[in-house]
Every structure is written in structure tokens, then in C-alpha cells.
Design a protein around this ligand. Structure first.
Ligand SMILES: *[C@@H]1O[C@H](CO)[C@@H](O)[C@H](O)[C@H]1NC(C)=O
Ligand SMILES: *[C@@H]1O[C@H](CO)[C@@H](O)[C@H](O)[C@H]1NC(C)=O
Ligand SMILES: *[C@@H]1O[C@H](CO)[C@@H](O)[C@H](O)[C@H]1NC(C)=O
Length: 220
């Protein structure tokens, strides 16, 4: 029932802002991460806040509707693999990953994995970023060039912990641009990502599936 309603409610993008205002009015404000007092967002990384859409490599993977459409759970394959994260100053995040892996024993059998998630984040005093997904919204799609297995979209829910991050100003394609480098929970650096949009390009920063359920309960 919920799933059936998602397309009806969300398919018209024009309606989204109005719909969301209604939703926000109906919904208690989700618990938001608080920056501990006295904490700078990354003392040495203070050239800009995390706000914006960041994208690796040539910038073909970006968060937002062009990557994932929650109305019909559809991914759009970017032209190259890569990753993108968006952040808002009010502690919302969104992630778009397009991972492309040849199989060791048969390089022709490339596996492609698309992942989309969003939720809330917090940063603690040691610069750790904790990313919590909105339950029920995250999706992934795995496709292999060799198997005839279905490429169906499945739920995906993976909290992430970054053990640190840096933001620097550098030159990218001849323009001065910020880049963000995050470190995984074990300290492994993630590919650096350039800031491509500020304000960020994101889908609505609310729990979409849960919102639909609430509408069901509250609608006349
Ligand atoms: C960042 O920190 C350095 C060193 O503390 C300081 O000199 C600089 O003014 C700060 N920049 C911003 C934008 O806050
Ligand atoms: C999903 O919805 C979008 C926007 O309405 C549309 O362009 C796309 O073709 C749909 N995809 C599928 C598989 O229905
Ligand atoms: C920040 O979080 C990490 C991981 O949970 C933890 O190891 C670290 O001690 C925390 N630092 C502070 C100052 O809270």
C-alpha cells in the first residue's frame, strides 16, 4: 500500500515543495545532530563548511533526482563510476555511489553497483562524521554484464563513520574549487571530491517512505 502511494505522491516534482511543506507541518522535527560546543568543523579544514554537493573525478556522479528517483525507485546510470555526497548545514546528508568492478577471474564480467542513501549526520570533537540513513529510504541496484540475474532494486541501509575529513581550495579544470577528502572508519582515505553545487543538489531531506505512511494516517 505504501509503495503504491509513493509514485502518486512523489511523481510530480512540481508538487513536491507543497507536499513537503504539508509533511513538515504534520511531522515532528527529526532529531538533529548537534555540533558539540567549542568544536570547529575540522580546525584545519575550516576553509568552508561541509555544505554543498561534492563529486569525485569528472563529476558524473551527483546526488539528487538525476541519480535516483524515489517515486519509482529508479536509478539512472551515470556515464562513469564515482561517488557523490551532499551535506546541508542543518546536518542532513545524501550519498550517490556508482561502483564498477571487473571480476578477478573474468574481467569481462563487470559488476556495477548503484547505491543511494540519505539521512542525518553529526560531527564530534575529534572530527568524526557519523552518517545515519533514514530507515527504509536507501536503495541499491547490482547488475552484472555476465549473469542473467535480475537487476532489481533492493533496500539498502548502511550507516557510515568517517574518521576525519579535510577541505582544501585548489585548482580543478583551471578553476579554483574546493575539494573534500574524507577518511573511512579505519582511516583509509576516500577519493577526493570536488564541490560541484552549493547550495547542494539533493532530494528532499526528509524520510520519504515514513512521510508517506504519515500522510496515510493523517489524510482525511
Ligand atoms: C582557519 O584556521 C586558520 C588557523 O587557525 C586561521 O588562520 C584562518 O583564519 C581560519 N580560516 C577561516 C575561514 O576560518
Ligand atoms: C521513473 O520516473 C521518471 C520520472 O517520472 C521517468 O522519467 C522514468 O522513466 C521512470 N522510470 C521507470 C522505470 O518507470
Ligand atoms: C568521536 O567518535 C569516535 C568514534 O565513535 C570516537 O572514537 C571518539 O572518541 C569521539 N571523539 C570525541 C571527542 O567524542
Amino acid at each position: 500500500m505504501t509503495l503504491l502511494l509513493v509514485p502518486t505522491l512523489l511523481s510530480s516534482l512540481l508538487l513536491l515543495p507543497t507536499l513537503l511543506l504539508t509533511l513538515i507541518a504534520l511531522t515532528p522535527v527529526p532529531a538533529q545532530a548537534q555540533l558539540p560546543t567549542g568544536t570547529n568543523i575540522g580546525q584545519q579544514n575550516n576553509v568552508t563548511s561541509l555544505r554543498g554537493t561534492w563529486s569525485s573525478g569528472s563529476g558524473n556522479v551527483v546526488t539528487g533526482l538525476q541519480f535516483f528517483n524515489p517515486a519509482n525507485n529508479t536509478f539512472t546510470y551515470p556515464t562513469t563510476a564515482g561517488m557523490s555526497y551532499s551535506f546541508t548545514d542543518d546536518f542532513h546528508w545524501e550519498q550517490a555511489l556508482y561502483i564498477y568492478q571487473p571480476k578477478a577471474d573474468n574481467p569481462y564480467c563487470v559488476t556495477a553497483q548503484l547505491i543511494w542513501q540519505h539521512g542525518t549526520y553529526s560531527i564530534n570533537g575529534s572530527n568524526f562524521i557519523s552518517l545515519q540513513p533514514f530507515k527504509g529510504d536507501g536503495m541499491q541496484q547490482i547488475a552484472s554484464r555476465c549473469t542473467k540475474t535480475s537487476q532489481s532494486v533492493q533496500p539498502y541501509n548502511q550507516p557510515e563513520l568517517m574518521s576525519g575529513f579535510e577541505i582544501h581550495l585548489d585548482t580543478h579544470y583551471g578553476q579554483s574549487a574546493y575539494y573534500l577528502k574524507m577518511y573511512g572508519f579505519d582511516g583509509t582515505p576516500k577519493p577526493l571530491m570536488w564541490k560541484v553545487y552549493d547550495p547542494p543538489q539533493m532530494l528532499p531531506t526528509v524520510q520519504l517512505k515514513e512521510q508517506v505512511r504519515r500522510i496515510l494516517l493523517f489524510s482525511p
